[in-house]
Design a binder for this molecule. Structure first.
Ligand SMILES: [Ca+2]
Ligand SMILES: [Ca+2]
Length: 192
């Protein structure tokens, strides 16, 4: 009766193989960040090159402020140099509830404005002179500098961007990551 021990032996091998696979899975799981991990300190949202967009965005890079009292940055990369009539709108969620808190808007080569808001569709109160945020458009980049804690102490933040050319149709606007949608969150400050 050779068949019985053979079958048992095969069974043991299978058990060993399953155990090895589980061990490998455990190693892979250990390498990934655990659930509920801290957000990153920098995040790049890539966006397609779209010839139909008036002031096309190709990426947005969001970076934590170096320390309390310093500014976080939202750097928007375009596929061409900035021209007269180009404009940026940006919404920032500084208290991590996915509702906008700051709205920054500005055309190239002119003054920007900053608003304290609670919606995607209304500006809210103008707070430009409080130093919460600034916008600079130069060559192929538009750079927003934001104090994440200018309204209330902030641990993490996210951003949403619209680029457009004034007086061009709404369909030529470029929204990143999408209209009325925020990026993933980034830590407001680099860990000290
Ligand atoms: Ca684009
Ligand atoms: Ca919010």
């Amino acid at each position: 009766m050779l068949s019985v021990p053979e079958r048992e032996h095969t069974g043991d091998m299978r058990t060993t193989r399953v155990a090895t696979s589980l061990a490998a899975l455990a190693l892979v799981a250990g390498a990934a960040p655990p659930a509920g991990a801290e957000p990153p300190t920098t995040l790049t949202v890539q966006d397609p090159v779209e010839p139909g967009k008036a002031f096309d965005v190709v990426s947005v890079t969001i970076t934590s402020a170096p320390a309390e009292g310093r500014k976080a940055t939202i750097a928007i990369q375009h596929d061409r140099r900035v021209k007269v009539g180009d404009a940026i709108d940006a919404w920032v969620d500084t208290d991590a509830d996915w509702v906008p808190d700051l709205f920054i808007t500005g055309p190239s080569f002119s003054e920007y404005a900053v608003y304290e808001t609670d919606s995607w569709t209304s500006e809210g109160d103008e707070i430009t002179d409080q130093g919460c945020a600034s916008l600079k458009m130069d060559r192929r980049r538009s750079v927003l500098r934001v104090d994440p804690s200018c309204l209330a102490p902030s641990k993490r933040f996210s951003a949403s961007v619209r680029s457009y050319v004034m007086h061009k149709p709404a369909r030529t606007d470029d929204y990143v990551p999408a209209k009325h949608r925020f990026s993933k969150r980034v830590l407001s400050y680099l860990p000290q």
